[in-house]
Design a binder for this molecule. Structure first.
Ligand code: FES
Ligand SMILES: [Fe+2]
Length: 426
């Protein structure tokens, strides 16, 4: 009997998307309604997940990290956006650059570590060697007429905002300037470019990435789930939100003080794509710590006022940030699959702050480590419940979940726009 090789009908994860997926997406989009949670398939279906990657994560600006994590020429970090491995580095001139982490020989991943320092990028497979500009410098045993200039590493678009790195895999990325120009004055006084990471956490949430974002976009769940966070955080999301009587008064007082200090605080009009606002903490609270006291004695930048509330900034599809007087929090969301999402959080203080004197990393990070874990559980339970055959999208609260409505509206519009592109038609 002949041996037979059975080839299972698999679809490569990095293969292109098939027409049936577009039809599925259109059908689900037609069923979904603004103001309601998304249809089940948008959270659970593997084909629609692949569309998310193509329409959103390979097509829009994705937050990577604060550039202070790779301060010296030759410092690099890596990340993976779904299946796309990427390198972000600082070249010999101090400029930040991003490349696909895929060798121009036969495609091997070049950098396997999360972070490192190198003067050359040497592929571990056959040692093709690139400089920090991505130029191919050296190969072995190639033909006499081999022209190395034809095989540089493929660059990826990169922008910075006060040291914060964003990349976009699209050849023609969407505009970044409006976002940068709109929020720059809010975060500039905190000088994120003059900070250092003093605590880092990466957690995996068994939930679709959109549930992680939706959960972040509302504080409807806060009173029932986040005792540590609510020591400092005021649940209202807009200055004229009078759900919190006492806190509403605080907002009026603080706004006057911030005007005197020249610190912008009014909500920025970022449409559905981004949001930025300075909001106060509860009365007498200076920072997001368990006792409400500063988490770092040395304030950021040239700040002298201890209680500045926090600038809260969010940008689709994957990041939100808090800029306080004493520390900064960056949150980065990356999808790993339809039901798996990575959330990386970094805590940053002034670059000259001294551990043990100005700050204690454990104390500084306590509130958000607890909050992240609570949010992980909420998103995972949300995902499990959505998998139920009894799931039917329910309505959001227009008062308490308007940002989740904005997000799902943005998502549907983004996907619709993507499905209408001529090159992506069936
Ligand atoms: S795949 Fe990189 S050198 Fe061969
Ligand atoms: Fe939460």
């Amino acid at each position: 009997m002949n041996d037979r090789i059975s080839i299972a009908p698999t679809r490569a994860d990095c293969s292109d998307i098939e027409p049936i997926h577009y039809r599925k997406a259109r059908r689900e989009l037609a069923r979904s309604r603004s103001g309601y949670a998304l249809e089940q398939a948008f959270y659970t279906d593997a084909d629609l997940y692949r569309l998310d990657i193509k329409a959103v994560f390979h097509n829009d600006w994705v937050f990577v990290a604060n550039g202070c994590e790779i301060p010296q020429p030759g410092d690099y970090l890596t990340l993976t956006i779904d299946k796309a491995p990427l390198i972000v580095l600082r070249d010999q001139d101090g400029q930040l650059r991003a490349f696909h982490n895929s060798c121009r020989h036969r495609g091997s991943r070049i950098c396997e570590h999360k972070k490192g320092h190198t003067n050359r990028l040497v592929c571990p497979y056959h040692q093709w060697t690139y400089d920090l500009n991505g130029e191919l410098l050296a190969t072995r045993y190639m033909a006499q007429d081999f022209d190395a200039r034809r095989f540089p590493l493929k660059p990826v678009q990169l922008e910075t905002l006060h040291g914060m790195i964003y990349i976009c895999l699209a050849e023609t990325p969407p505009d970044f300037n409006h976002f940068r120009d709109s929020i720059s004055s809010y975060i500039a006084p905190h000088q994120p470019e003059r900070t250092k990471v003093v605590y880092e956490s990466t957690i995996i949430e068994e939930a679709n990435w959109k549930l992680v974002i939706e959960n972040n976009r509302e504080c409807y769940h806060c009173s029932g789930n986040h005792p540590e966070l609510l020591i400092s955080l005021v649940e209202m999301a807009l200055p004229d939100d009078d759900r919190n009587g006492e806190e509403f008064e605080i907002m009026q007082q603080k706004a006057q003080r911030w005007d005197q200090l020249g610190l912008p605080h009014a909500p920025v009009d970022g449409g559905r794509e981004f949001r930025c606002i300075r909001l106060p903490f509860r009365q007498g609270i200076k920072s997001m710590t368990l006792d409400g006291e500063l988490g770092c004695k040395k304030l950021l930048g040239e700040l002298t006022e201890e209680d500045l509330g926090s600038v809260r900034a969010f940008r689709i599809p994957n990041n939100w940030h808090h800029f306080l007087s004493d520390h900064i929090l960056h949150f980065r969301v990356l999808p790993l699959g339809p039901d798996r999402t990575e959330v990386r959080t970094t805590w940053l203080v002034h670059e000259d702050a001294i551990e043990g004197w100005d700050y204690d990393p454990e104390r500084l990070s306590t509130v958000w480590r607890a909050t992240n874990d609570q949010d992980r559980k909420l998103a995972e339970e949300n995902h499990r419940g959505i998998c139920s055959p009894g799931y039917e999208p329910g309505p959001y609260s227009e008062v308490a979940e308007f940002m989740a409505i904005n997000f799902t509206d943005w998502y549907r519009a983004k996907l619709s726009e993507f499905l209408q592109r001529p090159q992506d038609q069936e």
